[in-house]
Design a binder for this molecule. Structure first.
Ligand code: M6R
Length: 365
């Protein structure tokens, strides 16, 4: 089945428009203009003072994007942590607050243990899982399924974007419930989300350009990924994907942190992936890119048409996506990052679907 694609990772990357369409259909109401969550979710965000999100790896990074959305659209403070930390912290819980757990497999040991930890402290348990029969799904009060289909490649790709779509729908539903989102604002967000599969298809057409860049990146030992706002967790995800499948050392940073340390690394042998849609933080991210240019680093700008028209000269490479609503950007910008990791791995001859030392599902602590 993967024959046409050579690897599951590529197959799963290219399945994303369809997988996302399925996941959105699961969470959006029929006319396509409202979010319709499963029975049992009504009221879960209404009288609460905070929300926790817990997960591991890529699922945790999806949660980090989710935090921006819950705070922006629902005015709900979010406490987010990695499962292997969360379960050992002395978290001051307030009974009845919602706790969201995100997992592709639904079997990750630390995430499961965190779920039980939160449940024992009176939290309402919601899980975003891709395997509906998993232990996590069975242990949750409310299950929000991602309908990505089986993910075989060890690197999470389509599960990640379907987790993002589900978190976006939940944040919108929370905003409606808490009265922080007008009907018009909700309809605009939902329209944006509904167009995401199409924008993803356009993003996938950039593969030949991404492949060329990946070959250039593969010549270096390290890479840095930077972004602001929801592009910051994406920078972390781009770095995770690259190191996981190509074994190139990569780090993700909030662009504003560059000056606080990592800039010391920049020289002519350092590719820096700058994730910057033409949004409110674009100019600030561009001044960080200028700092890289001034030190002869090699910025690879991933932006949209709006950003491309405003970006300064001196870039090493540029990838241009269509301009899209802010809520879609993390879902669509994830695709060139996945393709970059995939093609860098191919260039270096690593085992893309089964990287060394990694398991698809981490069922031990
Ligand atoms: O099955 P889960 O989503 O709970 O797995 C969590 C992480 O192990 C997983 O996302 C891991 O980081 C991936 N290999 C990343 O590509």
């Amino acid at each position: 089945e993967k024959a046409e694609h050579k690897h599951y990772m590529r197959k799963e990357i290219f399945e994303q428009p369809e997988a996302l369409g399925r996941t959105l259909a699961q969470h959006l109401g029929q006319p396509g203009l409202t979010v319709a969550l499963p029975a049992g979710t009504a009221g879960v965000f209404r009288d609460v003072d905070r929300l926790s999100i817990t997960a591991c790896g890529t699922a945790y990074l999806a949660g980090l994007v989710g935090r921006y959305w819950f705070e922006r659209y629902a005015g709900l403070p979010v406490d987010i942590d990695i499962a292997s930390e969360f379960r050992y912290r002395d978290v001051p819980f307030r009974a009845g607050n919602p706790a969201i757990f995100v997992s592709q497999s639904g079997e990750t040991a630390d995430t499961l243990a965190s779920l039980e930890f939160a449940r024992a402290r009176g939290q309402r348990i919601l899980s975003i899982v891709n395997v509906p029969t998993s232990t996590m799904a069975r242990a949750s009060e409310i299950v929000l399924p991602t309908v990505a289909g089986p993910e075989i490649g060890v690197a999470s790709t389509k599960a990640f974007t379907c987790q993002l779509a589900t978190l976006a729908c939940l944040a919108i539903a929370a905003g409606r419930e808490r009265g922080t989102l007008s009907a018009e604002a909700e309809a605009a967000l939902v329209r944006g989300l509904a167009n995401t599969p199409r924008a993803m298809t356009t993003a996938l057409e950039l593969e030949p350009a991404v492949r060329k860049i990946a070959h250039r990146v593969a010549a270096f030992r390290s890479a840095l990924f930077i972004g602001r706002g929801t592009s910051y967790p994406l920078a972390l995800e781009g770095a995770l994907k690259l190191k996981e499948v190509s074994y190139i050392h990569a780090e993700g940073y909030a662009a504003g942190e560059l000056k606080h340390g990592p800039i010391a690394l920049i020289d002519k042998d350092f590719p820096v992936v700058v994730i910057a849609p033409g949004d409110a933080s674009f100019e600030k991210t561009m001044s960080n890119m200028q700092e890289v240019i001034a030190r002869e680093g090699r910025p690879i700008l991933i932006t949209d048409q709006k950003g491309a028209s405003l970006a300064p000269q001196g870039r090493w490479e540029t990838l241009v996506l269509p301009t899209m609503p802010a809520i879609c950007a993390p879902l669509v910008f994830a695709l060139p990052l996945q393709l970059l990791a995939y093609h860098a791995a191919l260039a270096l001859g690593t085992d893309v679907d089964q990287p060394r030392n990694l398991a698809k599902s981490v069922t031990v602590e």
